[in-house]
Design a binder for this molecule. Structure first.
Ligand code: IMP
Length: 411
């Protein structure tokens, strides 16, 4: 572990290498205690990670998984869209478990507020798309970023301002475009409640604030949200989210210079899943896919939707490794493959669009809880080494179960 940690350096980003839900929360949780500052950069309550607080499982959507480490500053970046009631609920959940966040939470004043009506618009837009629906999480993400890009959004720095007039104007536009009645009283009430609790957490200039940490030689862990293939620019458009999910996107969302990143961990499942619509070349809609879903508990943590399941597609991992400059891979959930006789891995695509598979031998024995690479069955070792060789990035972390200890760290 020590060698792995020292290789990471002072600023590490953790980035999803597929379509999200790769299990970034676990590695953030494990690494969090070794860094001084934990930051989230982009996205909103579309993300979801399960955190065990006070012996109880909770799904968090806005706070980074590293927020449980007492005393560490937690930063919410300028690239985020923040649904205030959700954030307050998460802070309250932590408080009930005896974890105080309010004195170490720092929210960029440039982050945008995601209103209830953004969620309503998300639902209407999905209905209007009909069969071409994106399958969004209905958390209002697209509409909030639409307002941001149109330069008509409301930012966290305005939280304590009187927003009645701004929202009245907005409500008129929302009614005429989407037929939605904005509940002004509820929206203004939510702002007031949030302002009382959060006004002291708002940072006017996030880059200046973070520079203060850097100058004091503090180390930083950046927790990416969603994943490369959902990136607005570089993902499978239009079946993507509305933010920038790459390492570069995370740096942009925090206002940090590119050269600051000392390492980037790409997190990929040992197989592949996707929620929502869009291409999934290596999807398995048969029995094996069903088995992966059941064994891997592949149901969305934000929406509860069954995830589509299938096999690794190495060209996608190579693509993600290039865009993000992965210095290491965390391959998660290897144990989910334990019962497979044969494991197909997509290695390319024929001219006609057909996936070319390499079929690797399964190991059909339990790898659950194994913490040393040499203790893995030979076929499981070969599986990992095959992927590593193809994508040319060392696989230094391998998940072998849900628990915090169930991980192999390779030096
Ligand atoms: P939106 O971000 O809610 O607009 O959803 C756009 C697409 O991204 C949909 O296919 C969602 O299922 C997917 N998506 C958004 N956030 C996540 C995530 O955290 N994990 C997995 N998929 C996500």
């Amino acid at each position: 572990m020590q060698k792995f940690l020292s290789d990471l350096g002072s600023c590490t980003a953790i980035i999803g290498a597929q379509w999200g839900d790769e299990g970034k929360g676990k590695v953030t949780d494990i690494l969090g205690e070794h860094f001084d500052v934990i930051a989230r950069a982009c996205g909103g309550a579309n993300a979801g990670h399960t955190i065990v607080v006070g012996g109880k499982k909770h799904v968090f959507h806005l706070l980074p998984a590293g927020c449980l480490h007492e005393g560490k500053p937690v930063v919410l970046g300028s690239g985020m869209v923040i649904h205030l009631a959700t954030l307050l609920e998460e802070i309250e959940t932590l408080k009930r478990a005896g974890v105080n966040l309010l004195d170490r939470l720092f929210i960029s004043g440039s982050a945008h507020i995601l209103f209830e009506f953004h969620k309503n618009i998300d639902v209407v837009m999905e209905e209007r798309r009909g069969a071409k629906g994106i399958g969004t999480t209905k958390r209002g993400i697209g509409p909030a970023y639409m307002d941001k890009a149109a330069r008509s959004g409301v930012r966290m720095e305005q939280l304590t301002s009187d927003l009645a007039a701004v929202l009245t104007e907005k409500a008129k536009a929302v009614k005429s475009m989407y037929g939605i009645d904005v509940d002004m009283e509820a929206e203004l009430g939510a702002l007031k409640t949030a302002a009382a609790l959060l006004k002291h957490t708002i940072v006017p200039s996030l880059p200046d604030f973070l520079r203060g940490f850097i100058e004091k030689k503090k180390t930083m862990l950046i927790e990416g949200a969603q994943a490369v293939l959902l990136d607005l620019d570089h993902g499978s458009y239009p079946y993507v989210t509305s933010s920038f999910t790459t390492a570069t996107g995370a740096l942009q969302g925090l206002g940090l210079p590119p050269k600051i990143l000392s390492s980037c961990i790409g997190v990929a499942k040992a197989y592949c899943t996707r929620v929502g619509s869009g291409d999934f070349l290596t999807e398995d809609t048969g029995e094996a896919g069903e088995r992966l879903r059941e064994r891997g508990g592949e149901y969305g943590s934000t929406t509860g939707r069954p995830r589509r399941t299938g096999w690794l597609h190495l060209p996608d991992l190579k693509y993600g490794a290039f865009i993000n400059g992965f210095t290491a891979i965390n391959l998660t959930k290897l144990d989910v493959l334990d019962t497979e006789k044969e494991i197909p891995v997509g290695i390319g695509v024929e001219a006609g669009g057909k996936v070319i598979y390499e079929k690797l031998a399964g190991w059909q024995t339990s790898t659950k809880s194994i913490t040393e690479f040499s203790k893995l069955p030979k076929a499981a070792q070969d599986y990992v080494l095959f992927i590593e060789k193809q994508i040319r990035v060392p696989i230094r972390l391998i998940g072998t179960g849900q628990g915090r200890e169930e991980i192999i760290i390779r030096n």
